[in-house]
Write a protein that binds this ligand. Structure first.
Ligand code: HEM
Length: 132
């Protein structure tokens, strides 16, 4: 059965208003992680890269060396990993390392409501944790 736009945005049966971003990826109703990620890959549309904020990275050679395990990097190829990246690393080491893998800037808006502004809650929280 073809998806209605309302199903894609808020899940079947909800009354959520359409928002500027898709709450679930294109094939969200198929509930398993591989399909969720392949739907996200279609929606994020960044080719063979990884997106963090408004930059694309090639993490191919980094996957085996990732201290958090190669699985995270491998399964997220072709997607926007901003939320995962920001929430899994507190110290700032990951951000420094990231520069080595920069490929190019990207101007299409991220499909997410989270901004991670320098003076926003999340970045401020991380800075305070690092001072402890
Ligand atoms: C899908 C994206 C990613 C996820 C889910 C992820 C997840 C994780 C996890 C779970 C850890 C272990 C944290 C701990 O044991 O305290 C870790 C550590 C680490 N990751 Fe990632 N990671 C991702 C992407 C990256 C990227 C792109 C880089 C840099 C190029 C990176 C660099 C590091 C570093 C340096 C550490 C060691 C801990 C630290 O210094 O913060 N990670 N990651």
């Amino acid at each position: 059965m073809p998806l209605r736009q309302s199903d894609r945005q808020g899940g079947a049966g909800t009354n959520l208003k359409l928002t500027a971003y898709k709450k679930f990826p294109t094939n969200y109703p198929h509930r398993n992680t591989d399909l969720w990620l392949s739907g996200k890959r279609i929606d994020d549309n960044i080719g063979p890269y990884w997106r963090i904020h408004n930059k694309l990275y090639d993490l191919t050679d980094f996957a085996d060396r990732h201290p958090g395990g190669k699985m995270w990097i491998e399964v997220t190829k072709g997607t926007d990993i901003t939320e995962a990246f920001e929430s899994a690393h507190i110290s700032g080491n990951a951000e420094k390392l990231l520069k080595k893998f920069f490929v190019k800037d990207i101007s299409t808006p991220r499909n997410s409501p989270y901004t991670f502004h320098e003076d926003g809650f999340y970045k401020t929280f991380k800075r305070k944790v690092n001072l402890i």
